[in-house]
Design a protein around this ligand. Sequence first.
Ligand code: FPP
Length: 237
Amino acid sequence: MNLPNHIAIILDGNGRWAKRRGMPRSYGHIVGTDTLEKMCNHIADLGVRYLTVYAFSTENWKRAEEEVRTLMNLFRKYLKRIEKSAHKREMRVRIIGDKTGLPEDLQKRIAELEKVTDGYSKMDFQIALNYGGRDEIARAMTRLANDAKNGLLDEQLAEGKLQESLLASYLDTGGIPDPDLLIRTGGEQRISNFLLWQMAYTEYYFTDLAWPDFDEEALQKAIDYYNGRDRRFGDAK
Ligand code: FPP
C-alpha cells in the first residue's frame, strides 16, 4: 500500500450531524474534536508524516456568536490537551492562518505549543485557524514585497521572475511538502479556500460521512482511493 506522505482534511458536517440528533450545532463540534484526536493518533500510528486540518476559516467568524465562542473554547482546550501527545509522539504542531486575528490568549497558547514542539520531526501536524487560502497568499505576497523593497531579495529576483519556490517559502506552509490526498467529509465537493496554492496536484476524496462519524474504516477507504489513482502528472510523483 502506498501511504500518502501528507493528508489534508476539511472537517465538515459537524453542525448537520448534531441537528440530525436534535442537538445544538456546538455539540457536533465537541464530538468532532474527539474524532480529530482519535484520527490524529491513528494517522500517526499508520506512519503518515504530515497531517493538515481545516478547523476554522476566515469566513467562519460570520457564524452565530455562541457557535464561534464554543469553537474558540474548544480550540483553547484542544491546544492544551494535544501538547502531551505531541511530546509522546515527537510531533511538531503548527497553526496556519492569520494568527493575529485570534483572541490574544489563544495566540499565546499557540506560540507556546509551537515553541515546545518545534524540535520534533517524527510527524508534522498543522491546524488551520482563521485560515483562508487567498488570505494566506495575500499575506505571503505582502511580506515578500516588503523584503523586496528592503533589498533582501535582490539576488532571487535578479532574473526578473519570481520563482514558484520563493513564493511557496513565504506561505504559512513554507517547508512543508504539498498534500498528496485531500479528504473532505460532510458531502460537499469543493475546497472552500483551503490550501489553494498547495493543492494543485493533490488527489481529492469526498465522502458523505459527517466528520463526527469519520473513523478508521473511512480513512482506509480514502487511502484505498488514493492508491487507485494514477499519479503521473506534473512533478507530484
Ligand atoms: C465544519 O462543520 C466544521 C467547523 C467549522 C469546525 C471544525 C472544528 C472541529 C471539528 C472542532 C475540532 C477542531 C479542533 C482543531 C479542536 P460545520 O459546522 O460547517 O457543519 P455543517 O456543514 O453540517 O454545518
